[in-house]
Write a protein that binds this ligand. Structure first.
Ligand SMILES: [Fe+2]
Ligand SMILES: [Fe+2]
Length: 187
């Protein structure tokens, strides 16, 4: 009797199909946050070791993942949810460049698999075609990221240490040119 009365004064609100998309969209936010943390960690260490090409690639990719979060957040807020800023995993302390690229490829593969599954959940189960389309577009970007990391991984395998040495030499040449340019007394 009491249950019936409580239900009368506070009826259980039906969760709309679109609202159900908030959870999978936040799952994608968590995945993106993990990517940003890991790629910026890789960026710091590549930059510290003088590997500019890879340092820039990791930074550029982290920025793209941030834009993904922005797009997901806009959709979540439109659906009257809130954005859960919790990364799905902690950044791993990997310092070896080859291991960084293997980890980055694996992360992109995981994102591709997850977003494909979430897009089906949003589109088929929740009948939310806009969230589905957003996740499908993210899959396209993650496939491109995978391709970029795979290319660098193949270059490293093909050229070995020369691939990294070349990046260090380019850094030295650039710094040397800057130093010369800043001298008040020309050499
Ligand atoms: Fe992403
Ligand atoms: Fe990515």
């Amino acid at each position: 009797m009491l249950d019936v009365f409580i239900e009368f004064i506070n009826p259980t609100e039906e969760v709309s199909m679109y609202e159900k998309s908030i959870k999978p969209l936040n799952q994608a936010v968590a995945e993106e946050l993990s990517g940003i943390h890991q790629y910026m960690y890789f960026h710091f260490h590549c930059d510290d070791q003088g590997f500019d090409l890879l340092a820039n690639l990791f930074k550029k990719t982290a920025i793209e993942e941030m834009i993904h979060i922005e797009r997901l957040a806009e959709r979540i807020l439109f659906l009257k949810g809130d954005v859960e800023m919790q990364a799905s995993t902690k950044a791993e302390k990997i310092h070896n460049v080859k291991d960084m690229l293997i980890a980055a490829k694996s992360m992109e593969e995981d994102s591709i698999k997850l977003y494909n599954e979430l897009s089906i959940e949003c589109g088929t189960t929740n009948a939310d075609s806009v969230s589905r389309k957003l996740l499908e577009e993210l899959v396209m970007d993650e496939e491109r990221h995978f391709g970029q990391f795979d290319t660098e991984w193949q270059n490293l395998n093909t050229f070995g240490d020369q691939y990294l040495a070349l990046q260090s030499i380019e850094r030295s040449k650039m710094l040397s040119a800057q130093t010369g340019g800043n001298l008040t007394t020309p050499l």
